[in-house]
Write a protein that binds this ligand. Structure first.
Ligand SMILES: [Zn+2]
Length: 468
């Protein structure tokens, strides 16, 4: 299966074909040309179609198409609310896309959020559940991943970390406020601070480094001069790190994420000049400094590819069914344990009957009423006499709840578990991982819907009661 990601930038459109290992296998790029929202929708669809045709990928091998826009989006309705620099307002992108390529799920994200999602899936430790990406550029872009999901807020506008106020009554920001973090800690801010310091220190070696031309100052100038012993440069870097650390500590105090990844050109500075002092300052300042686990600062890895990869993976996130099992793996192994606790005690015939019995109850809506529930429990006990103690039953219910949180309905799991049982017999629990991979495929084909959603609660109740 493939996922298509399109990154809508200020000057270019970039599309990429992303495989199941979250790697880009092919790309397509074109300059952004905007004449109307209709034309834009048309262009985006043609780009995705062009990408699959160029690479001879059948359309049914594309699980989903995701797009990252520079502004807030409403993914549920498939609408881009607005974008900066491009005059898009309430554009029904998903509907426009489907006029040319119907049937493929289309997902929308904010570009900074997409980049964070890409970094999250590529982070070396596959067990993390929270990551915040902070990109230092013209401004500061931030994307927040909590429990494996983008935190969008109620309106798609969450995660605008560049616009938390750091200096009361400070520099005017483009957002309308004064003293925003990005006015002090973005790459552009660093450049301004470097130029101001040079103005004050005519004897700084930075003048020689830029040939006396202030327009040649960049984000590296102060760092390089500092390493050569320049005092003015040292002061610029020290102050800049202070601004950066203060903002990062604010994030740590609110979210205590497992990882904050730093992106943008500045993040390529040597660890001893950037990451290590920042890590030390944040640890000194943040709440919970005595705790035994701390937020780790890391370099972002994907660079410009993060946007495409993250956009492509929006579809996975929406279904909560990641093929490599990120976030799902530990829950599946928990499910294995619980299922073997239940099915370990019965012979294969009884196990098959339990599955059929449960599915029948679900299909007949038998668990919707209090009366139906009581009957079902009674019948279940009479029929199978399964002896499962209270603790195991509770664990099973907990597991079901956790599975639901990541997008699997109990009915779906039941169905798949029975399929595995028929194939592998009593060892079926060892194959539960296949449920995750299967779910990704089913999700792609639109088979996993909220079809049984109204029955979820009753099935949970059923599990909690029948084995008690
Ligand atoms: Zn601002």
């Amino acid at each position: 299966m493939y996922y298509i990601g399109i990154d809508i930038g200020g000057t270019n459109l970039k599309a990429g074909l992303v495989d199941e290992n979250y790697r880009i296998t092919a790309t397509r790029k074109q300059p952004l040309q905007f004449t109307s929202m209709e034309q834009m929708g048309d262009t985006l669809a043609k780009m995705a179609i062009g990408l699959v045709e160029e690479n001879s990928v059948p359309r049914d091998q594309v699980a989903s198409v995701g797009m990252g826009f520079p502004g807030p989006v409403d993914d549920k309705r498939g609408v881009v609310i607005k974008t900066v620099n491009i005059p898009i307002r309430f554009m029904p992108v998903a509907e426009m896309f489907h006029r040319q390529w119907d049937g493929v799920p289309v997902h929308l994200g904010n570009d900074a959020d997409c980049a964070a999602l890409g970094e999250y899936y590529h982070y070396e430790d596959k067990n993390i559940e929270s990551l915040i990406l902070v990109t230092l550029g013209t401004g500061i872009g931030t994307g927040i991943i909590l429990n494996g999901r983008i935190h969008t807020g109620i309106n798609g506008c969450a995660g605008e970390g560049g616009h938390i106020v750091l200096v009361h009554g400070g520099e005017q920001c483009t957002c309308g406020r004064k003293g925003c973090w990005e006015r002090y800690a973005s790459a552009n801010a660093l450049i301004r601070q470097t130029m101001a310091a040079m103005d004050q220190s005519r004897d700084s070696i930075m003048w020689g480094m830029v040939g006396g031309d202030l327009s040649r100052v960049d984000g590296r100038t102060a760092f390089e001069a500092m390493r050569k012993g320049d005092a003015a440069a040292r002061a610029v870097v020290d102050q800049y790190l202070r601004y950066l650390a203060d903002g990062l500590s604010n994030f740590v105090n609110i979210f205590q994420p497992e990882v904050i990844a730093l992106g943008g050109g500045v993040s390529h500075e040597r660890d001893e000049d950037l990451l290590l002092p920042l890590q030390r300052m944040v640890l000194e300042d943040c709440f919970g400094r005595e705790a035994d686990r701390h937020t780790r600062l890391a370099k972002a890895k994907l660079g410009n590819d993060a946007g495409i990869i993250g956009a492509a993976l929006l579809g996975l996130q929406a279904q909560g069914t990641e093929p490599s099992g990120k976030g799902a793996g530990d829950i599946i192994s928990q499910a294995k344990e619980q299922l073997s606790a239940v099915f370990g005690h019965v012979d294969s015939q009884a196990a098959g009957e339990i599955f059929s019995f449960l599915k029948e109850l679900v299909q007949d809506d038998a668990l919707k009423s209090e009366e139906g529930m009581i009957n079902a429990i009674k019948k279940g006990k009479e029929k199978f006499g399964v002896e499962v103690d209270r603790e195991d039953a509770q664990k099973l219910v907990d597991t079901m709840e956790r599975l639901e949180e990541i997008g699997f309905s109990p009915e779906y799991i039941l169905d798949k578990a029975q399929g595995l049982y028929q194939q592998y017999g009593a060892d079926f629990v060892d194959h539960m991982d296949e449920v995750v991979a299967g779910a990704a495929k089913d999700a792609a084909q639109g088979a996993v819907q909220g079809f049984f959603a109204n029955l979820k609660e009753s099935v949970k109740n059923f599990f909690s009661n029948i084995f008690s």
